[in-house]
Design a protein around this ligand. Structure first.
Ligand SMILES: [Zn+2]
Length: 110
């Protein structure tokens, strides 16, 4: 998997959900035209989404709870520190990592 493939993950989901701009759609189509890994990934995502629309799935409760526990709580007196957009994105990505693992695991289970 190349670095381009890693950045493709989110684009693929947005593509399937119809949330991409024309430019981003071109990027996705160009990439999957020459990358069999991402073609397979996209096929899996579409299949997964179709199944989700038809039925609900079950994942272990602890797994779900641990994934959501990773997202920090914010109280009214939380102090906010200045942060660049890329720092914030990196932080959100790492917080969402367990959620992505949960989804990948769920995909294997169905
Ligand atoms: Zn790829």
């Amino acid at each position: 998997m190349s670095e381009q493939c890693t950045s493709m993950d989110e684009l693929l989901i947005d593509y399937i959900n119809g949330n991409l701009s024309k430019d981003d759609i071109a990027v996705v189509l160009q990439h999957i035209a020459c990358c069999s890994d991402c073609r397979r990934e996209m096929a899996q995502l579409i299949q997964f989404r179709n199944r989700l629309q038809k039925q609900s799935i079950s994942i272990p409760k602890e797994l779900k709870e641990s994934a959501f526990a990773q997202i920090p709580k914010v109280s009214p007196d939380t102090e906010f520190a200045p942060m660049t957009l890329s720092e914030a994105t990196a932080m959100i990505r790492s917080a969402l990592n367990p959620v992505q693992k949960t989804i990948k695991l769920a995909m294997k289970l169905i």
